[in-house]
Design a protein around this ligand. Structure first.
Ligand code: AMP
Ligand code: TRP
Length: 329
C-alpha cells in the first residue's frame, strides 16, 4: 500500500480553506493509502505563539480532524513534537538546503517584501523541516493546497540531492493537489487566499464559527457587477470561489450548479451556499463537541505516537549512519 502524509499547523482557527484544500482530501484517501496525519506544532512556532492558545488550538485541531471524519483505526494521527526525529532530520536537511532555494520560498519572500521586521530564522528554514516531516516516513504522496506545492517540490530536490550524495535513502514524494478547491479565496478579497490570519475575519469562514455567523459571511461575500453566474476565475473571482465552495460541500458539479442558476441572481446563489455552510458547520460542530467531551483525543495521540515513532526512528538511524554520525556499527 502506498503511503500518504500531511500536516496542518495548530495556529489560529481552522478555516473552510483548510478543510477543502487539505482535510477533506485526507478523509477521501484514508481507505486507499497508509495514511499519516500530524499536527505541525514545530512549524507553528516559526511565528510567535501564546503557549496557552497553542495548547488549546492543538486539542481543537485533533478533535476537528476526528469530527471531520478521520478514522484513527485507519490513520496514524500524531503530534510532530512527540517525535524528536523530526527536529533531528530537520537540522540535517537544513544543512543540505541552499540559502538561495529557501530565499525563493513564497512565505519568506512575502514577509520580507512586506518589510516585516521580526522574521525568525525558523521561518526561513521552515521548508527544510517540512522536507524532514515528509522524508522521515517515506511518503509517496503529500495532499496539500496549492500554496504548499513549492515546499513539496523543494522536498523532492533535497531528497534527490541526499540520495545522490549518500546512496538511496529517501522516497521522492509527489504532491496531491485537489482538482476543485486547491485555493479557496477570501470572501472579502477573492484575489487573496482565505487564510487563518486574515486581517478581516469576515473574509474567512472558521470551522468553529457560529453557523449563523458563517452564513452571514457568505451573504456579504464580495462579488462583481457583471450579474451572470458562471465560472470565470479571472473576471469573476468572487463567484468562481462561491461556486467552488458550493460544489465541494454539495458534491454537485460546478457545471450543474451554473446551469441550475442560469436564470437567477447572486442573492439566490448565496442563499443556497449559506445554507450548505450552515448545515455543514452545524453537523461538524456537534461531532466536535461530542469528541471533546469523550476524552478520546489523548488516547488517539498516544497510539499515534507509538506507531509513528517506530517508522521515524528507524529512518533517522539510517540517515545518521549515512552521514557518518554513528561510529559503532
Ligand atoms: P496551514 O493552515 O497553513 O497549516 O495549511 C494547512 C493545509 O491547508 C495546507 O495543505 C494548505 O495548503 C491548506 N490550505 C490552507 N489555506 C487554504 C485555502 N485557502 N484553500 C485551500 N487550501 C488551503
Ligand atoms: N507547511 C504546511 C502548511 O503550512 C504544514 C506542514 C508541515 C506540512 N509539514 C508538512 C504539510 C508536511 C504536508 C507535509 O500548511
Amino acid at each position: 500500500m502506498k503511503r500518504m502524509l500531511s500536516g496542518i499547523k495548530p495556529t489560529g482557527g481552522l478555516t473552510l480553506g483548510n478543510y477543502i484544500g487539505a482535510i477533506s482530501q485526507f478523509i477521501k484517501y484514508q481507505d486507499e493509502y497508509e495514511m499519516y496525519v500530524f499536527i505541525a506544532n514545530l512549524h507553528s512556532i516559526t511565528v510567535a505563539q501564546d503557549p496557552k492558545e497553542l495548547r488549546q488550538n492543538t486539542k481543537d485541531l485533533i478533535a476537528l480532524y476526528l469530527a471531520a471524519g478521520l478514522d484513527p483505526q485507519k490513520v496514524t494521527l500524531f503530534l510532530q513534537s512527540d517525535i524528536s526525529a523530526h527536529a533531528e532530520l530537520g537540522w540535517i536537511l537544513t544543512c543540505h538546503s541552499y540559502m538561495g532555494e529557501l530565499q525563493r520560498m513564497t512565505q519568506y519572500k512575502d514577509k520580507t517584501a512586506k518589510g516585516e521586521t521580526n522574521i525568525t530564522a525558523g521561518l526561513f528554514t521552515y521548508p527544510s523541516l517540512m522536507a524532514a516531516d515528509i522524508l522521515l516516513y517515506d511518503a509517496d504522496y503529500v495532499p496539500v493546497g496549492i500554496d504548499q506545492k513549492q515546499h513539496v517540490e523543494l522536498t523532492r530536490n533535497i531528497a534527490e540531492r541526499f540520495n545522490n550524495k549518500y546512496g538511496e535513502t529517501f522516497i521522492i514524494p509527489e504532491p496531491v493537489i485537489p482538482k476543485v478547491g486547491a485555493k479557496i479565496m477570501s470572501l472579502q478579497d477573492p484575489t487573496k487566499k482565505m487564510s487563518k490570519s486574515d486581517e478581516t475575519t469576515k473574509g474567512a469562514i472558521y470551522l468553529l464559527d457560529e453557523p449563523a455567523v458563517a452564513r452571514k459571511k457568505i451573504m456579504s461575500a464580495v462579488t462583481d457587477s457583471i450579474g451572470i453566474i458562471r465560472y470565470d476565475e479571472v473576471n469573476q473571482p468572487g463567484i468562481a470561489n462561491l461556486l467552488t465552495i458550493h460544489s465541494v460541500l454539495s458534491k454537485e458539479s460546478i457545471e450543474d450548479i451554473v446551469e441550475r442558476f442560469s436564470n437567477h441572481g447572486y442573492g439566490d446563489l448565496k442563499k443556497e451556499i449559506g445554507q450548505l455552510v450552515f448545515d455543514f458547520l452545524s453537523e461538524l460542530q456537534d461531532r466536535f463537541k461530542e469528541i471533546k467531551n469523550s476524552g478520546i483525543v489523548d488516547e488517539v495521540l498516544r497510539q499515534g505516537k507509538e506507531q509513528a515513532e517506530q517508522i521515524a526512528y528507524k529512518k533517522i538511524r539510517k540517515v545518521k549512519r549515512k552521514v557518518g554520525f554513528e561510529i559503532v556499527k
